[in-house]
Design a protein around this ligand. Structure first.
Ligand code: UDP
Ligand code: MG
Length: 157
């Protein structure tokens, strides 16, 4: 198994519902290593770059507003970004997060327990977790500089 890094964001609904500690607790309990963390002001540019592969989806405009905290009155568009590292980290963190649609996510997962589908059909699913190896590399680089990642295992990208 390969050592991987994966990006986690505590999304605005997660922050608003005070689920930051719970998310970190579950990630830590997995045995993966926390190698980077910071509070980021999510600009429209950053939001659009992060979700650029979804730019043609009908839910994209509201997704950009959601991740910027507009629906949860998050001051300064703040979000907590984390990088976890370890064997098979991407899949393991996805398993902790649960499926994209909270209604289809296993009830024991973070999304299955705390996520919701809004009346507009938007998925508010508490945390972001990189979906695959390509996304993970791109996203970790987008949210963190090499110096912000404290890792002895992986070369700084
Ligand atoms: N999303 C949504 N409706 C959809 C699909 C996605 O609101 O039908 C939102 C949801 O917040 C999701 C994000 O867009 O987490 C990114 O979508 P993706 O398919 O990459 O899911 P993820 O990787 O987050 O599980
Ligand atoms: Mg994704």
């Amino acid at each position: 198994m390969a050592i991987e890094q994966t990006l986690i964001l505590i999304k605005p609904d997660g922050a608003k519902r005070r689920l930051t500690g719970l998310a970190i607790d579950r990630l830590d309990a997995s045995g993966l290593q926390l190698v980077a963390a910071k509070v980021v002001r999510v600009t429209e540019t950053l939001a659009k770059e992060h979700y650029k592969e979804l730019s043609d989806k009908p839910f994209f405009p509201n997704l950009i507003r959601y991740i910027q905290g507009e629906f949860h009155a998050i001051p300064e568009n703040r979000i907590l970004a984390l990088v976890y590292e370890g064997d098979d980290a991407i899949k393991r963190v996805r398993a902790i997060a649960g499926a994209t649609n909270p209604e289809q996510a296993d009830p024991g997962t973070i999304r299955g327990t705390f996520g919701r589908v809004t009346t507009q059909g938007q998925f508010e699913n508490v945390i972001h977790a990189s979906g695959n190896a390509g996304d993970a590399v791109r996203e970790v680089k987008l949210w963190f500089t090499a110096d912000e990642i404290v890792s002895g295992s992986l070369a700084k990208a």
